[in-house]
Design a protein around this ligand. Structure first.
Ligand code: AMP
Length: 460
């Protein structure tokens, strides 16, 4: 039984999807105006492992992420650099996807761009207008916060208290907290709408996208803590008002910040390291291990020293995997008198590991059960009192938890084997192409493999 901390109820709750074993997850994607930093990576690695674990537990997961490719920040950056706004957005979206692949974040089923969902956005705004939750002014269409008394329920704030501190520079708005659904603009990029040319507000893109793919209600919505207010609060107001159905989301999940010296890593503070910069210095597994060593809801302090510690922690797991592989190749007994106790140790470790993961995806506890195991089993490995049967079971266990956490602990061999097989397939296809005098295609295969440092030489 999995328990999930729900930001909305401020409690851990038993996880039960709305429909059978199907889980629909939406996580707010990036605003693509610059390279992503390792704070972003913290959030996306956390949700990657959450999706992995739900799959491991037998749920059919559909993981959706939006790409905010229209936003004031993108327009501002394009003006600064002289690039075309949407071109700049595509460039950073490509970099983001490359960064995620490099980090092993591979469980997103669909990335949905805001600019490709304008009809859905416009339709949702029309619904809000027709139901009286929104109004039009000279500058745009706004959501009327006073029509949704529950505004503030996610962040546990009271609208009246909030409004005391708010100023309303836009005198055309009814209430200071009203937010834009549509901004009337005529500078590019703009889209046509029933309210004239313009572009959508930030909050409406997410609810339009989730309604399109998931309907008005779904299981998990995630993002970093900074998105709780006002972004996710606004999403609830929009979707629950438009559909009349509650709750929009069953479990709201938020990651803690990645901080540097106690301050959130962010573009605006200038204290950031891009994902690319980090991966030039460290393998992606080290950063993943660093992220998973802290619970996803807690803040995590980034420093070179902590990363070094992560590297040595991770090495201990890889070392065990390597030793297991080596011993399986050696001349040791298939079974021995310690098998029963080793089997119990392994079962207990797995139980503790899964119990920690079931408890709101507590990866640091899960990892610590693994390290307890490594300490104990290393003793018997050093004493040569381990059998092949036990080693095979350890190998299966390492593969299983590697799948859950996103590591390939036994990677060297399997990757080498696979590479060899794939190159074999390609070269035999190439041979056939050459026999048919398809020189262009056969050269293309040779040149593409060459880009990967795989050299093909044609000899008599
Ligand atoms: P943005 O592109 O700024 O909207 O951020 C994309 C996602 O990364 C959001 O879920 C943010 O909450 C998250 N995020 C941004 N900075 C950090 C950070 N320093 N630590 C953890 N998550 C972050």
């Amino acid at each position: 039984m999995i328990k999930v901390y729900n930001t909305l109820t401020r409690k851990k709750e038993i996880f039960k999807p709305m429909k059978e074993n199907r889980v629909k997850i939406f996580v707010c994607g990036p605003t693509v105006y610059d390279s992503s930093h390792i704070g972003h990576a913290r959030t996306y690695i956390s949700f990657d492992v959450i999706a992995r674990y739900l799959k491991y537990r037998g749920f059919a997961v559909f993981y959706l992420q939006n790409i905010t490719d229209i936003d004031d920040k993108i327009i501002k950056r394009a003006l600064e650099t002289g690039e075309v706004t949407l071109k700049l957005a595509r460039k950073f979206e490509k970099k983001y996807i490359e960064d995620m692949e490099a980090l092993g974040v591979k469980n997103v089923n669909l990335y949905a761009r805001a600019t490709e969902h304008l009809p859905e956005i416009i339709k949702q705004i029309e619904t809000l207008l027709s139901k009286g939750f929104a109004y039009e002014t000279e500058s745009g269409v706004y959501f009327d916060e006073s029509k949704f008394p529950e505004f503030g329920k996610l962040s546990n704030r009271n609208i009246e208290d909030l409004n005391v501190h708010r100023v309303n520079p836009d005198t055309t708005k009814r209430n200071s907290g009203d937010f834009a659904l549509w901004k009337k603009k005529d500078e590019t990029p703009f889209w046509d709408s029933p309210w004239g040319t313009g572009r959508p507000g930030w909050h409406i893109e997410d609810t339009a996208i989730t309604e399109e793919y998931f309907g008005p209600q779904y299981d998990i919505h995630g993002g970093g803590l900074d998105l709780i207010f006002p972004h996710h609060e606004a999403e609830i107001a929009q979707m629950e008002s438009a559909s009349g159905k509650k709750p929009m989301v069953r479990y709201w999940m938020h990651t803690g910040f990645l901080n540097v010296k106690g301050e959130k890593m962010s573009k605006s503070l200038g204290n950031f390291i891009t994902i690319k910069e980090l991966l030039e210095e460290y393998p992606p597994e080290v950063f993943r291990f660093f992220v998973l060593s802290t619970h996803y809801r807690s803040p995590i302090d980034f420093s070179q020293e902590i990363l070094e510690q992560s590297q040595s922690g991770l090495k201990r797991i890889f070392k065990l995997a390597e030793t297991v592989e080596d011993l399986l190749e050696s001349e040791i007994p298939e079974t021995n008198e310690n098998d029963a106790s080793h089997s119990k140790l392994l079962t207990d470790t797995k139980e503790n590991f899964l119990e920690a993961m079931d408890n709101d995806f507590n990866t640091p506890f899960a990892l610590s059960s693994l390290f307890d195991f490594i300490r104990e089993i290393n003793r018997d490995i050093n004493d040569s009192s381990i059998s092949k049967d036990t080693l095979k079971n350890i190998k299966i266990f390492l593969e299983e938890i590697g799948d859950i956490l996103g590591f390939d602990f036994l990677l060297t061999e399997s990757h080498d084997d696979l590479t060899e097989e794939l190159v074999g397939i390609l070269t035999s296809i190439r041979k056939k192409l050459r026999e048919q005098k398809e020189w262009e295609l056969s050269d293309e295969i040779r040149s593409k493999l060459g880009d990967l440092d795989i050299v093909i030489e044609d000899k008599k």
